[in-house]
Design a protein around this ligand. Sequence first.
Ligand SMILES: [Fe+2]
Length: 390
Amino acid sequence: MKRILLSLAAILACLICLAQPKKATIQYGPWVQNVSETGFTVIFKTPEPTLAYVEVAPEDGSSMYNSDLPRFYETIAGRRVHGTIHRIRVSGLQPGTPYRYRIVGKVALDDSYAYGIVWGPELKITGDISGIKTLDLNAKECRFSVVNDIHCKTGRYTSLTKDLKPEDMDFFVMNGDMASYVNSLDTMIKYTFGPAKELLQSVPSIYVRGNHESRGREFHLVPGIFDSPTGEFYFLFRQGPCAFLVLDGGEDKTDSSGEYFGTADFDSYRRTELEWLKKAVEDPLFKSAPWRIALIHIPTISHFTPWYAQQWLCDNMLPVLNEAGVDLMLSGHHHKYIYTAPGAEGNRNAFPILVNSNTDRLDCKVTEGRIDIRVVSEDGKELHSLSFKK
Ligand SMILES: [Fe+2]
């Protein structure tokens, strides 16, 4: 009899549990991409299909319990989207202004009937996240840090970012190969945003694609966890005195290389990107900038293991960058510190090229008259310091 009663109690507990509607929660994120003078994109993943919105308020001490706060939803052609990967664009903001945001959502418990979606309770799924600041063309300086070639080493990533403070930087650059391949999008998210979760929920991140991150079964889902002004992995943006060209070298070997099993089509991709680049360097945002920095995972150097794509970039992209007056290139890929002075390649490169190693971080500050870069190790030691002046 006792056993029957226990079984009934267990069944009752299960039924009560099943009767509880699923509450909206976050699985990964949020992180901030595609920051501009007037907006930014909040990206996160939920475990269940969820309809979510972002509320934003200036950092002016006002309460976020204000029913007049604008709500931003992800929409496609006029329709709000409920899914698991969320990319919510926030717009209408002021330049150089700090904001707070929070995410509210409800789970789609049953969306099988088009005229009767059953929603769970609408809940706040983050607290108030402070310190996200819009870009400002008129800012006096631009500060950012760079890591690259982490290749899934989460301990190293944590060490390199643990001392970074949101108030000391405008954005954080991932200069490629944060992961080694993308068989699972969740794994890519974990390696890209997981080790610096707290930092990257308020500091905008700039993702520069590495050659390894176009490999693996779920590579095609990778664009969904990033955002950029062009919707591509190559784009232009500006903060204060510096314009940034973010470029994508694609895979490093020939498209026919056995490693890609017939899936590579990067020759065509790079040619399309090159045509975009020729137009981008004519943009007044770029041309009017006192400083111009190119961010690309594979450097345009010929003197160090210039495999196929690297040499192609030297032959095709480098002349455009020279002509456009680029002042500095920041790269990775070679897992070692390599500094190439202007003209060191038989006058092929008109600007310095700094390749960061896979174990260090670059802390960069750009003012109207100079660029200062500190190369810092995992334990916080300054290994190199470089300055460039106009
Ligand atoms: Fe690489």
